[in-house]
Design a protein around this ligand. Structure first.
Ligand SMILES: C[S@@+](CC[C@H](N)C(=O)[O-])C[C@H]1O[C@@H](n2cnc3c(N)ncnc32)[C@H](O)[C@@H]1O
Length: 244
């Protein structure tokens, strides 16, 4: 079983399932987040704003926890299909070396403003780092800085493949947690799909494609109590791999 790395309160067996709850957090979660850590302070402010479901909060924190070591070498982090943007924001909040965070989505969701108010109360330095760009991936991809670290958290189906392609074109580290594989357009051979299931076969295919583009690829997981779509592909350029 995979441990929670940042929101460790959920390692308590009685609370584990609470990590996947899809109702918005509010005052009732406060007794579990009473500390002075950045994580506890962010969760309290998100609860004050009733910004997101617990599942979205924990997913962003734990995705950040498993990927930060590989992505933070990039001065710019681009969170593609960012939705509420919390995963990208956490890079700007925790990592001093990350100078800029670009959140991209075809539509900025209404609850983004709540996430923004909550996180900037804890970390005012985000004001100088984070921008939100509205636009489809195809429209924003050519304006992104080279060597950016690219995130794609549950970018549905083929969008995960587009995130990987954009990341590899920019040449920096990449981390995706794919979902909705039924909508993916993937070249995994039929034999692999039959033997391994589409879920695994698609990620095997993605792994070979990234390796062919000069990356070393690791598979990691966030706890399945948050989401069953919990596999994280982390791709590090070979030149960087030697240093991490
Ligand atoms: C399942 S949500 C994931 C959002 C966020 N990353 C998260 O973890 O909650 C997928 C997001 O992709 C965005 N999206 C869909 N098609 C897109 C496109 N062509 N270009 C950019 N964003 C797109 C949607 O607006 C939505 O916010």
């Amino acid at each position: 079983m995979v441990d929670f790395r940042l929101l460790r309160v959920f390692n308590d067996g009685n609370l584990r399932d609470y990590a996947g709850v899809r109702t918005r957090i509010g005052r009732n979660c406060l007794p579990h987040f009473t500390g002075d850590s950045l994580a506890d302070r962010v969760v309290r402010e998100l609860a004050a704003e009733r910004a997101l479901p617990m599942k979205e909060v924990v997913e962003a924190f734990e995705f950040f926890a498993v990927t930060r070591k590989y992505l933070r070498v990039a001065p710019t982090i681009v969170d593609l299909c960012s939705g509420h943007g919390l995963a990208g924001i956490l890079f700007g909040l925790y990592e001093r070396g990350v100078e800029r965070v670009v959140l991209c989505d075809k539509r900025k969701p209404d609850h983004y403003e709540r996430v923004w108010r909550a996180t900037t109360r804890v970390a005012p330095w985000l004001e100088d780092k984070v921008e939100y760009r509205e636009g489809k991936l195809a429209d924003v991809r050519d304006e992104l800085p080279p060597d950016s670290g690219v995130l794609g958290v549950h970018a549905c189906g083929v969008l995960s493949d587009q995130c990987l392609d954009i990341g590899a074109t920019l040449g920096g580290p990449i981390a995706v947690m794919p979902c909705c594989r039924a909508n993916a357009r993937n070249s995994a051979p039929r034999g692999l799909r039959a033997a391994l299931g589409e879920d695994v076969a698609y990620d095997v295919d993605r792994t070979y494609a990234l390796e062919a583009r000069g990356y070393n690829v690791r598979w990691r997981e966030i706890p399945a109590a948050i989401t069953p779509m919990n596999r994280v592909l982390i791709a590090v350029p070979r030149a960087q791999s030697a240093r991490t």
